[in-house]
Design a protein around this ligand. Structure first.
Ligand code: SF4
Ligand code: SF4
Length: 135
């Protein structure tokens, strides 16, 4: 079992895709989403994005991200923040964030201590960084 599997397994509950706002998309996110949807930028922008000044976010409908439908319907083109969630680096040194995020995300393994969680998360993030640098 990998260090990630020991601390997190997504239950696909969809909680993190709900709310009246969504994460913002940087330019790489925008390009990845356009490519995954196989649509013109102008179409994607009109149909799926909410743009405020220079901030691009996904629209919400009925209190959830427009792409949520019993799961993420733009999975390969989802923003990096969605792909990272909930294993954010802040969890390494912020017990309050750990408490808040683990309370809202049923995928986090609640049976390991915070110290063990941090150790396993660090191992996972180190491995991921190494793999990303090889791409
Ligand atoms: S809240 Fe956690 S378990 Fe639920 S979909 Fe989001 S990441 Fe997965
Ligand atoms: S892009 Fe996918 S993972 Fe991200 S909030 Fe929307 S439905 Fe959820």
């Amino acid at each position: 079992m990998s260090s990630k599997d020991n601390i997190f397994t997504c239950t696909q509950c969809g909680f993190c895709c709900h709310g009246e706002t969504t994460v913002s998309l940087d330019s790489s996110d925008q390009d990845r989403m356009i490519s995954a949807l196989r649509m013109e930028r102008s179409e994607v922008s009109k149909k799926y994005w909410m743009i405020t000044n220079s901030t691009v976010q996904m629209k919400t409908v009925h209190g959830h991200c427009i792409f949520y439908d019993e799961g993420c319907t733009v999975y390969t083109g989802r923003p990096w923040r969605c792909a990272q969630w909930p294993l954010v680096p802040a969890l390494l040194h912020d017990p309050a964030s750990f408490t808040a995020i683990s309370a809202s995300c049923p995928g986090i393994n609640k049976t390991v201590s915070y110290d063990s969680f941090r150790r396993l998360l660090q191992a996972y993030l180190d491995k991921k960084k190494e793999e990303d640098s090889e791409i």
